[in-house]
Design a protein. Structure first.
Length: 299
């Protein structure tokens, strides 16, 4: 009997212990669930906050696929002091002037035109700081890096759609001579006093054809001006173009190394430009712009 009572007592104690353990396990499980939920809420909130910021600044902060670091969130005044001040465009017909403020804002005076303004963002791309000039509508104007050229600081832009870069320096360019020669829309300067007297458009008088197929034939006639002539161009497919020829240079100094016989349509569109070699007699014309064409005299 005592043995039976002892067994019953032991069973009761084991049941109580099991019940306590079960209650503790449930409590821990519930606490973990609450913590997880809280973590999920925190993560969601942080993500939403980040998405909002990215949306606000996406026009500025997501314009590169290379390794980049945007520094404007922590940029100090000294970062903009590196490029603060007045900058003058170099080698330009109408000099644009940039005024950079230490707070990262800027204005542009277009010389004879209106002004523009905006803000600058600093973006590190593969170890190079780029100063990205955005207008007030957040459109990118130019991206510049600060460089030193012959001891002078310059703002050098990335290459544009025209496959060229623009440079702005600290020094104000010399005043331009209002009477200085100006190039045409294609960058050519008219030559009025050729460096070699034997060179003239009149020396092109005659008939020329390409040495390769398809055959193109130029018939050139002179004018009263030794440095202007006329042509008729006939293509193998029967097409024909009429126009005029000038003796021009791509250098305002008229050095002779950059001189061309330029062929224009009667409407003023440039067709071809042939190198002026100074050879006498002239029996070959070489064009290096549109496929290295070679024309030979046939009469």
């Amino acid at each position: 009997m005592k043995k039976i009572n002892y067994c019953i007592a032991m069973l009761a104690m084991m049941t109580a212990l099991v019940s306590c353990g079960s209650t503790e396990d449930n409590s821990v499980s519930e606490k973990a669930s609450v913590t997880t939920t809280k973590s999920d809420v925190t993560t969601t909130k942080t993500a939403d906050s980040k998405d909002e910021k990215t949306t606000d600044d996406e026009a500025i902060k997501t314009d590169s696929t290379t390794t980049t670091t945007n520094q404007n969130d922590t940029a100090s005044k000294s970062e903009f002091e590196k490029i603060s001040g007045i900058w003058y465009e170099k080698d330009a017909e109408n000099t644009r002037i940039i005024n950079v403020k230490t707070d990262g804002s800027y204005t542009v005076d277009f010389g004879n035109g209106p002004q523009a303004e905006g803000s600058i963002w600093i973006q590190n791309v593969d170890g190079i700081d780029w100063f990205k000039f955005y207008d007030i509508d957040r459109g990118l104007w130019y991206s510049f890096q600060l460089v030193t050229n012959n001891g002078e600081q310059e703002l050098a832009s990335e290459e544009t759609d025209l496959d060229r870069s623009y440079y702005f320096g600290r020094n104000k360019p010399a005043e331009k001579d209002p009477n200085a020669p100006k190039p045409n829309a294609y960058g050519f300067y008219a030559i009025t006093n050729p460096p070699v007297t034997s060179i003239s458009v009149a020396s092109l008088t005659g008939t020329w054809k390409t040495s390769d197929d398809p055959v193109t034939v130029y018939t050139i006639t002179p004018s009263d001006d030794l440095y202007k002539g006329y042509f008729t161009c006939k293509y193998e497919d029967g097409g024909e173009i009429n126009g005029y020829i000038l003796y021009e240079s791509t250098s305002p100094n008229l050095s002779g190394d950059t001189d061309y016989f330029t062929f224009y349509t009667n409407e003023g569109s440039l067709i071809e430009g042939f190198d002026v070699t100074g050879e006498v007699p002239l029996n070959d014309l070489y064009e290096k712009w549109y496929g290295n064409k070679h024309y030979v005299r046939i009469d």
